[in-house]
Design a protein around this ligand. Structure first.
Ligand code: DX5
Ligand code: ZN
Length: 215
């Protein structure tokens, strides 16, 4: 699965950014930031609502926000395909996941750069996606941190041994020179912002990434 991140697109031309990748992307990754959980502010419910109407691509909403217990379900209710919230932002990840699934979306758990994955392995059956940050959450355009792929390996092992149906998604610095290593470590969903929207031809960039990932 390749999920171009709109964070690297022109926010004044989001419809155009959706169209550019419509035939090649699997999901559209939408980074919601609240200037509290991370020191950056992007978009929220009204814009996601407009995106649901503007594209047929499934929206992969990545909530970098405080208090997902309160806010996450709103994104599921307005039609997001997958809603991912951060493990660091709640003491009740299972409760949030259940709320999301009850509201009709997939549930995703995100693990930031400094958070180990081991404490969450037992609750993975409650989730459809596990997003492992390969940078520190907050900004696009950062360099990929290869050491973080150890968490992908650990998660892949847990998925295999537990026979789980869980996508392992990587986010941050995914590009032509890093995607193969992430795939090899066991990721099967790849978020790419700069590598797609920073390219002259975003659709072609997705096809190239897909080939490199062996997807
Ligand atoms: C950053 C976001 C990413 C961001 C990735 O916190 O979660 O989705 O768009 O951007 P690149 O691909 O440029 O690293
Ligand atoms: Zn993201």
């Amino acid at each position: 699965m390749i999920a171009p991140s709109l964070l690297a697109a022109d926010f004044a031309r989001l419809a155009e950014a959706c169209e550019q990748v419509a035939d090649d992307a699997d999901w559209l990754h939408v980074d919601v930031m609240d200037n509290h959980f991370v020191p950056n502010l992007t978009i929220g419910v009204p814009v996601v609502k407009s995106l649901v109407a503007a594209t047929n691509l499934p929206l992969d909403c990545h909530l970098m926000i405080t208090d997902p217990k309160r806010w996450a379900v709103g994104y599921a209710e307005l039609g997001a395909y997958n809603v991912t919230f951060h493990a660091e932002a709640t003491s009740d990840p299972v409760g949030v996941a259940r709320d999301l699934r009850a509201a009709g979306s997939k549930a995703g758990l995100a693990i930031d750069r400094d958070t180990p994955v081991e404490p969450y392995l037992d609750i993975l059956p409650e989730f459809d996606t596990l997003l492992i940050m390969t940078i520190k959450a907050g900004f696009g355009g950062q360099s990929f941190i290869p050491e973080l792929l150890d968490k992908v390996r650990t998660a892949r092992h847990a998925v295999r041994t537990g026979h789980l149906e869980l996508r392992i998604e990587v986010d941050g610095g995914i590009a032509d020179d890093t995607i193969a290593a992430a795939a090899e470590a066991g990721a099967d969903a790849f978020v790419a912002g700069t590598a797609v929207y920073g390219a002259a031809d975003p659709a072609k960039a997705i096809r190239r990434l897909r080939g490199l990932a062996g997807d």
